[in-house]
Design a protein around this ligand. Sequence first.
Ligand SMILES: O=P(O)(O)OC[C@H]1O[C@H](O[C@H]2O[C@H](CO)[C@@H](O)[C@H](O)[C@H]2O)[C@H](O)[C@@H](O)[C@@H]1O
Length: 420
Amino acid sequence: MQCGSGDEIAGSPHLMESIPSSSDKKTLKSQIHTITMDLNSTKASPVLTDPSPLNKSSLGIHSSLFPYSQSGPSFSTSVLTIPRKKPPKLDDVLSNGWLDAMKSSSPPRKKILKEVNIDVSSDDADVTYLSWTIKYPSALNCFQQIMRQARNKQIVVFLDYDGTLSPIVDDPDRAFMSNEMRSAVQNVAKYLPTAIISGRSRDKVYELVGLTELYYAGSHGMDIMLPVKNTLSTNDSNCIKTTDQQGKEVNLFQPARKFLSMIDEVFRTLVEKTKDVKGAKVENHKFCASVHYRNVDENNWPVIAQYVLDVLKDYPRLRLTPGRKVLEVRPQIDWDKGKAVLFLLESLGFRNHKSVLPIYIGDDRTDEDAFKVLRGKYKGYGILVSTIPKESNAFFSLRDTSQVKKFLESLARTAENEEI
Ligand SMILES: O=P(O)(O)OC[C@H]1O[C@H](O[C@H]2O[C@H](CO)[C@@H](O)[C@H](O)[C@H]2O)[C@H](O)[C@@H](O)[C@@H]1O
């Protein structure tokens, strides 16, 4: 399958026509037609959309959803097996749709297709995926077109970590990237400014990536390290001078600085609250805290959600956002990965949007903020990493981390040969 042969890029009306080779086209069209018919009959879509309580535009829950309604359906507590503690009231979780959001986060592909009544044979799944790539074409298939758009422009690369550079695994402490992936990132960074923007703490993601030549933003962009000469405004109270791991003077931009002790307190409360829930894990990411439920029995997910919501009631200046089998508690500030991308571009001197092509690769809901920003004045490209069809603000797609590696390798090769 090709992206197209002209200079038009994805999203243009020409794309639909240019994707499949002519022999594939008929078959694909008829397969898509069949799927559409199937879906019409089941009134469902194979494309994952964010269920309530997520607001699709902000991808976060707003404080306006609190205080919680007490009117949700009742929930049988007989399935709950939390020892010693009185089970929490589950109304908040159910009435605000948090349970649905938790269930839909990172579901296995087979489960999704089954839920929408699609026969889960791998052929059908492939066709569903293929039809989705009409809207979100493969960044590998479209590589030449992307490079054409980059002509006479500076490419700036942004990379998410979990699910993008390292595959999703059960234990967040064991989400290591392969040496091959590390080399691919390192080679890209030799030629193109490259930044990692992660939900993890900056220190943690630096420890996992281990490359000094990159820029790092941790805590969903709320902790950005920059060389002193680059920083936008050093008299901003959110900006402090420090030294990096090599003893070099750097600036830290931390727009949620005043939440530091609050997050630490919430982290400790969450650890205490969830300590009896088997499989629950809480991480402190400095400016946000993550409550993982990937390894928690599904019957106990409502309990986890309710514990988190209960803790949040005492902290109206914090909000909750869902990630991949994780609930993230973060400050209610107007800052996200999208804002961090703009801040980095401007701080690093790439203010002239006409001469820069930012590319952002990510897999998570929090990356959607960055994808959306790139669609703005920079006209950059968001690339969603996903094995399953889902709605996104991204322009392109890659199926998994191995495709991310291939894309980065091609990018480094092209930059090395000065073809961009
Ligand atoms: O922005 P990212 O770099 O993608 O970080 C997002 C979250 O990633 C980690 O959790 C996710 O990956 C884990 C390891 O594969 C997996 O076990 C977990 O279920 C996923 O949610 C990290 O632990 C979180 O704190 C980050 O917020």
